[in-house]
Design a protein around this ligand. Structure first.
Ligand code: SF4
Length: 382
């Protein structure tokens, strides 16, 4: 087997306890399975950002949250705060808890309500000591049939085919294995364990199923069972919803896009106070405030700098940390993006684009996206 060069070292994904030393201070990544937060948890996160970090929460493409600019020695206090609010149920498994779930599942659209799968999978994962060895890059995605997260290239995916059949996806492709809704979480956990078994057979260096030799086939063999003809997996959408979304049963969800994923503590507080008790972070760096009586809070959120216009360019633009957060960066990428959006001067005809400060192209979203790369003398497309 040829191990990709980067995999010759151990995965060093940051966590809440194992922080990353960035140019602007320590960076902590808090896993939020399914992107689901209670209002109280969001308030606790914003307080932590104010007290210990740079005053903002960074939303990631996996629906997780990062705190940047942590002052020296703040890790222990952050860990205590996260544990107290229920965001650190396992110190040993914290970086393995990467789970995406369909946005607005059970509230509008979709073929099944997958909301209960997320805590069940997370509990099963944290309860299995062997799964603490999962690399921090490993990703699970549960799609209720609307096709919003199935195409995001998760290692283990569940995709509802109808209200009684669920497909197991491996490395973003239909494995052919099927189960019913009640067996879906157990199958995803079994596939996750099988990944570790195959990984161990192949030297233990792989971070993801795609790094294995014949990984998908080997895992299917270990799981056993009859196979259906594989179905095509819906491609990842360019962006998620935005603005007011009517739910079933007369409720309304407000979906606020967070420009460049940087949610200030004040914006986080406002979202928490607006909510009916629960919120969902999305892979498109937006926050869903579901189950509202109406859309009356929309202007308030927009006035706070959140984007609720489905036509906003902020739905199509992402960026890496850039300067000053990253020492490798050749530009203050985020300031330059804000300038381009404000001036209506996005390159590439305003196509979906990802701005980066160097060739590493961190945080590049899945799917079709144009790269805007800093060169030290401006930006290059591609
Ligand atoms: S793409 Fe380059 S500049 Fe941007 S965060 Fe990654 S390493 Fe830093």
């Amino acid at each position: 087997m040829t191990v990709p060069p980067a995999r010759l070292r151990a995965d060093a994904c940051p966590g809440a306890l194992q922080t990353h030393a960035a140019a602007d201070g320590a960076l902590a990544r808090v896993r939020v399975p399914g992107g689901v937060l209670t209002a109280a948890q969001l308030l606790d996160l914003s307080a932590a950002a104010r007290d210990l970090g740079d005053g903002a929460l960074e939303l990631t493409s996996r629906g997780n949250v990062q705190l940047r600019g942590l002052r020296a020695g703040a890790e222990a206090e952050l860990g205590d705060r996260l544990a107290a609010t229920g965001l650190l149920p396992s110190a040993t498994h914290e970086t393995a808890r990467n789970v995406l779930a369909s946005v607005l599942s059970g509230r509008v659209g979709g073929l099944l309500d997958v909301r209960s799968w997320v805590p069940a999978f997370d509990a099963g994962l944290c309860a299995d000591p062997a799964l603490a060895a999962l690399p921090g890059r490993f990703l699970a995605a549960f799609d209720d049939g609307r096709g919003d997260v199935a195409g995001l290239g998760a290692d283990v995916g569940l995709l509802a085919l109808d209200d009684g059949a669920v497909a197991l996806l491996l490395a973003g492709v239909d494995s052919g294995l099927r189960t019913g809704p009640d067996g879906a979480v157990a199958l995803a956990l079994a596939a996750t364990r099988a990944f570790l078994d195959v990984r161990a057979e192949q030297g233990g260096a792989a971070w993801r199923i795609a790094d294995l030799t014949d990984g998908r086939a080997r895992i299917v063999t270990l799981l056993g069972g009859s196979l259906d003809a594989p179905r095509p997996v819906p491609p990842a959408p360019v962006s998620g919803p935005a603005g007011a979304v009517p739910q079933d049963h007369g409720r309304t969800a407000l979906v606020a896009v967070v420009p460049l994923g940087r949610l200030t503590a004040a914006q986080a507080d406002l979202l928490a106070e607006t909510s009916a008790g629960e919120l969902q972070l999305t892979p498109w760096r937006s926050v869903v405030v579901p189950d509202l009586a109406d859309a009356a809070a929309l202007p308030l959120l927009a006035a706070a700098g959140l984007e609720l216009d489905p036509g906003s360019p902020w739905l199509r633009v992402t960026a890496c940390a850039g300067r000053p957060g990253c020492a490798k960066s050749l530009a203050d990428v985020r300031t330059d993006v804000v300038r381009a959006v404000t001036a209506g001067a996005l390159p590439a005809g305003g196509a979906r684009q990802h701005w980066v400060g160097c060739e590493r192209r961190c945080g590049r979203p899945a799917g079709e996206v144009v790269d805007v790369v800093a060169t030290g003398e401006g930006y290059r497309i591609g």
